[in-house]
Design a protein around this ligand. Structure first.
Ligand code: HEM
Length: 388
């Protein structure tokens, strides 16, 4: 009988359906293990994941620090490490804090209410295509201050980029991801010159005049693309996962009419079944994690999904505890690469939940949902429901 590790396949339909039992077994039997398929050390304990995410001196995001290469279009806040990354990260964080997120949340709620109004009583519909995609495109476009691109076209480009995150498991996904990234870069280039609406883009653009150094301009543009695409794809996946969790927990939506539970509840939804299952770092020097000796140059995957259900860090790990506080989950990452858009994502999720609560009819499942065959991002391809 092959060992549990050999049997662990993140793309196995049963694991895609519910990854938490196998991750719990792995955490107990082999908390730090080498996964041949992913060519990486895999971490399932909360404390080990936090250690790696914090210690950017030992665990690099930037592959160039261990002799690898990073193509120019990928150089952004996400692929650079401190100290190079710090300036660009703080530019975007400062610009984001200056945005009117209350207004953004109100507009998102208005859009979600409108969508629900159109969909109510019209038979089964797919939450992903009809709510998650339009809501998420609208939220990130609103944040950046750009005209929302056509949903379906943009969703296809974004999906190719999202799927390329699994390039380690399936190298054929890398090239379509590169092409899609270029298409999106062209759109961001256009926005950079053409868009004059107030928003995050106008603000960061002011920080890089035409005579600033070429590298600074490149980092800013690439980061704007990451904010747009990464923000959209994780937000859309989070919306689907949140709806599915709410469908499986009768009464939870109703409880979130209470503003305090709405605030803590949207974080708990991300801990309970968040969209980003893990991330990758590369060991800069040899070190030890638990009993494992990690060699310089080897990849390490902190599995957020496993860490967020670690009983050493959370009580009642497999329950949805809407008033969980504090809730230091890793659904938004941790440390110098933690999510820049956390407050935006929280606003978007609150808007969704509030709109669902405002609607007189209740959502019910309407047939089999289909999980996307991706390991890094936990998302639905389709999630059929009925309203009314
Ligand atoms: C519920 C929705 C979201 C979730 C669960 C989420 C989760 C995450 C996670 C786990 C990371 C860290 C990845 C790592 O360490 O490698 C991350 C990074 C990032 N997120 Fe989000 N995100 C969400 C929405 C957004 C939104 C709406 C935006 C933008 C408006 C955004 C922008 C970013 C950026 C730019 C980074 C890279 C930060 C860096 O590397 O310094 N995210 N996100």
């Amino acid at each position: 009988m092959p060992s549990l590790i050999d049997r662990y396949d993140p793309l196995d339909p049963e694991v895609l359906r519910n990854p938490y039992p196998v991750l719990a077994e792995l955490r107990l039997s082999e908390p730090v293990f080498w996964h041949e398929g992913m060519g990486s050390w895999t971490l399932t304990r909360y404390a080990d994941c936090v250690r790696v995410l914090r210690d950017h001196a030992t665990f690099a995001r930037d592959a160039r620090r261990t002799g690898g290469t990073v193509p120019e279009p990928s150089l952004s806040v996400q692929t650079l490490d401190p100290p190079q990354q710090s300036q660009i990260r703080s530019l975007f964080m400062t610009a984001l804090r200056a945005q009117d997120l209350t207004g953004l949340e109100e507009r998102a709620c208005h859009l979600a209410r409108e969508r629900l109004g159109e969909l109510a009583g019209a038979g089964a519909f797919d939450v992903m295509a009809e709510i998650a995609v339009p809501l998420s495109v609208a939220v990130v476009s609103d944040l950046l201050g750009v005209e929302a691109p056509p949903y379906e076209e943009f969703a296809a480009v974004s999906d190719a980029i999202m799927r390329s995150m699994d390039g380690g498991l399936n190298p054929t996904l890398v090239e379509p991801g590169r092409v899609a990234r270029q298409q999106l870069s062209d759109l961001v280039d256009y926005w950079f010159t053409a868009s004059s609406r107030p928003g995050l883009l106008t603000q960061v653009r002011q920080a890089v005049s035409p005579d600033s150094d070429a590298l600074a301009r490149l980092y800013v543009k690439n980061t704007a693309r990451v904010v747009f695409q990464g923000g959209y794809s994780t937000m859309a996946a989070a919306v689907g996962n949140a709806v599915q969790t709410l469908l499986g927990h009768p009464g939870a939506l109703e409880q979130m009419r209470n503003p305090a539970l709405l605030a803590t509840g949207v974080d708990e939804l991300v801990r309970f079944d968040g969209p980003v299952q893990g991330t990758t770092r590369i060991a800069v020097r040899s070190c030890r994690i638990g009993d494992a000796v990690i060699e310089a140059g080897q990849k390490v995957i902190p599995l957020f999904a496993a860490a967020n259900h670690d009983p050493a860090a959370f009580s009642r790990v497999d329950e949805l505890v809407l008033d969980r506080s504090p809730n230091r989950h890793l659904g938004y990452g941790w440390g110098p690469h933690s999510c820049i858009g956390t407050t935006v994502a929280q606003a978007g999720l609150r808007a969704l939940v509030a709109a669902l609560n405002d609607h007189p009819a209740r959502l019910t499942a309407a047939g089999d949902s289909v999980r996307r065959r991706t390991a890094t991002m936990r998302a639905f391809d389709t999630l059929p429901v009925l309203l009314g």
